[in-house]
Write a protein of this length. Structure first.
Length: 157
């Protein structure tokens, strides 16, 4: 999972960095420069675009918690999950078969069925879907839980 804490950037610092990069780009563009300097300028221009892009985003907090149980007798994994949006429990996924990141994928798929969000994940990775839809995703999976705990976690509260 990308560990990018964009939300903690100070707006004044962001504006100062944007202004400094703009000035650098403006001063250098009037001069002749080598190919390497040209690549550096392209990079600076890309950074400016990225700073503009991230400064305009307002994120929604999404927290997914999955509990998983492994059935040793049959060799199958099962999970249930809960999804909170802005601190409010919105979705509870019942006890079902799945392993690995399947619980997260199903949680994001269920979240995409809300009317406030695009209706299809189009096979995107959960992180990409959340990033493109201005969601800050926090994900935690608790493994080796008891079957009764996973079943109860998947019941509506």
């Amino acid at each position: 999972m990308p560990n990018l804490l964009i939300e903690n950037i100070d707006e004044a610092l962001l504006e100062k960095q944007r202004l400094a990069l703009s000035n650098l780009l403006a001063n250098v563009c009037d001069q002749d420069y080598t190919e390497e300097e040209g690549e550096l300028l392209d990079t600076v221009g890309g950074l400016l675009n990225m700073l503009d892009h991230w400064s305009k985003k307002t994120f929604v907090d999404v927290r997914v918690r999955v509990k998983e149980w492994f059935d040793k007798a049959n060799g199958n994994s099962y999970f249930s999950a809960r999804v909170w949006v802005e601190g409010d429990l919105k979705i509870t996924l019942p006890f079902q078969y799945g392993y690995g990141e399947h619980g997260l994928c199903e949680a994001i798929k269920a979240l995409s069925n809300f009317t406030d969000y695009p209706s299809k994940t189009n096979g995107q990775a959960p992180w990409r879907y959340c990033e493109e839809n201005k969601m800050r995703l926090e994900y935690y999976k608790e493994e080796n839980c008891l079957q009764r705990d996973v079943k109860s976690w998947g019941k509506n509260v």
